[in-house]
Design a protein around this ligand. Structure first.
Ligand code: FA5
Ligand code: MG
Length: 432
């Protein structure tokens, strides 16, 4: 068990089901872009290691399984790290060709304005049945006919890579290139349609806000979107979709062609198709111009009353930005431990380390545990190895800022002091 009570207490929140919550409104908007799909929004977050990892073909030594990345309740049970944990069961139920699952997911991860240890994903899949093709049509032709039904858009999307690349993004044995080209087109167009719908709602909201303020919205930047190659143990080929946000690329989803093994093991060997997993907070941030992921957990009426499912999307109006307080902490790692950095759930397994090893996610988690949502981000700003002793020193910079008030120096100092003490007690580091 490595799950703190601060994380457990998020389980009953179910933001994706709270009426008028921006995560729920975002979910509904996305669902509306997938007509005919079935929805599953009530799955409980406690799942087995088998569901979260084994059923998806995660290798035994995959970094995502480690205690530094995943919240365990006991050896066989975790808080799901992604909605993909329900893929195999949902395929097995074989109720509809297209389905969507929205749920809360839990990860030990970095801390900044777009990462939070509890967030929400929407999983989606669409499969076709090889054995029930109509009128002698090929599978590829059937899928292209479905592609033609997706609304078109005129956004420029960067997509420089070939659909299939023999080393980086290989085709599966049981699939033909024609089939995969068609499925990939269906997948990409479906997801581009979501992003375009979100963006046009966001733009309408921005225009309304500008007009309210007596101006025009001409300064709005055009949407920039790009597809990049990715790796997941349960899809190939695989991609991620990134959107420009605050001057940088923000990854909003991962997706790919479902591995046939997974479908075979789920009792539907005749089906093939695509799946995606989307970060709902990230999409909601684009939709409402919400600047910080912590805001979604706010119970402050100044936040909650700004969202209304029955009205057109309105841009979030930040309450005044409160001052930040920056503090550093430097420490020596315990000897014999080596540092490991952050790894996504989709990283291929290259590193393994024992439970004694220092991991950056432990620092992140302690910061959240001790300081709660008052931490805005935590960043490694310096590291070096002492030339004589060989000991390693790390310096982390924590940025403290409350979303709803100005922090006093006194409370900040007390929190930071406690954070430093906990680093010593829990991670065995030596403060410098
Ligand atoms: C996955 O979780 C895969 N299960 C997605 C998938 C599904 C791939 C089906 C293929 C088929 P990834 O770890 O990249 O992939 O996370 C998916 C999305 O969740 C990210 O693109 C991002 O939008 C969001 N996300 C990831 N970590 C965080 C975090 N700490 N805080 C907020 N959002 C996050
Ligand atoms: Mg990713």
């Amino acid at each position: 068990m490595n799950t703190p009570s601060s994380i457990l207490s998020a389980i009953p929140r179910r933001l994706h089901l709270q009426p008028d919550h921006p995560i729920a409104i975002t979910r509904q908007l996305i669902e509306s872009r997938f007509p005919g799909f079935s929805y599953h929004n009530e799955h409980f977050p406690v799942v087995t290691v088998e569901q979260n990892f084994d059923s998806l073909g995660f290798p035994a030594d995959h970094i995502g399984r480690s205690r530094t990345d995943t919240y365990y309740l006991n050896r066989e049970t975790v808080l799901r790290t992604h909605t993909s944990a329900h893929q195999a069961d949902t395929f097995r139920a074989n109720q509809s060709a297209g389905w969507l699952i929205s749920a809360d997911v839990y990860r030990r991860d970095a801390i900044d304005r777009s990462h939070y240890p509890v967030f929400h994903q929407m999983e989606g899949a669409r499969t076709w049945d090889r054995s029930s093709l109509e009128g002698g049509k090929s599978l590829a032709q059937t899928i292209w006919d479905d592609v033609a039904k997706i609304p078109s858009h005129d956004i420029k999307v960067e997509d420089p890579n070939p659909t299939i690349h023999s080393e980086r993004n290989p085709l599966q044995e049981s699939h033909s290139a024609e089939e995969i080209e068609a499925i990939a087109a269906h997948l990409k167009r479906s997801l581009e349609d979501v992003v375009v719908a979100i963006f046009s709602a966001a733009r309408t909201a921005a225009t309304a806000a500008a007009v309210d303020a007596g101006g025009t919205a001409s300064e709005e930047k055009p949407l920039k979107v790009r597809w990049v190659e990715a790796y997941f143990p349960f899809t190939t080929p695989s991609w991620e979709l990134e959107v420009e946000w605050q001057g940088d690329w923000l990854e909003v989803l991962g997706c790919g062609i479902v591995k046939q093994d997974l479908l075979n093991n789920s009792g539907v060997p005749n089906r093939l198709g695509w799946a995606f997993g989307m970060g709902l907070e990230r999409i909601a941030m684009l939709l409402y111009s919400i600047p910080d992921i912590r805001l979604f957990w706010s119970t402050d009426p100044r936040f909650l009353t700004q969202f209304d499912a029955s009205r057109p999307i309105q841009r979030f109006v930040p309450f005044s930005k409160y001052p930040a307080c920056v503090k550093d902490v430097s420490f020596w790692l315990p000897t014999s431990s080596s540092a490991a950095g952050g790894h996504g759930q989709n990283a291929s397994a290259t590193t393994t380390f024992g439970t004694q090893g220092f991991h950056e996610n432990d620092v992140m988690e302690l910061a959240r545990e001790v300081c709660g949502d008052v931490v805005e981000d935590v960043r490694l700003v310096d590291e070096f190895v002492h030339p004589k002793t060989g000991r390693k020193s790390m310096c982390y910079r924590t940025n403290y800022r409350a979303l709803d008030r100005t922090l006093t120096n006194q409370e900040m100092n007390a929190l930071h002091h406690e954070f430093r003490q906990q680093l010593v007690q829990r991670l065995g580091v030596e403060l410098r």
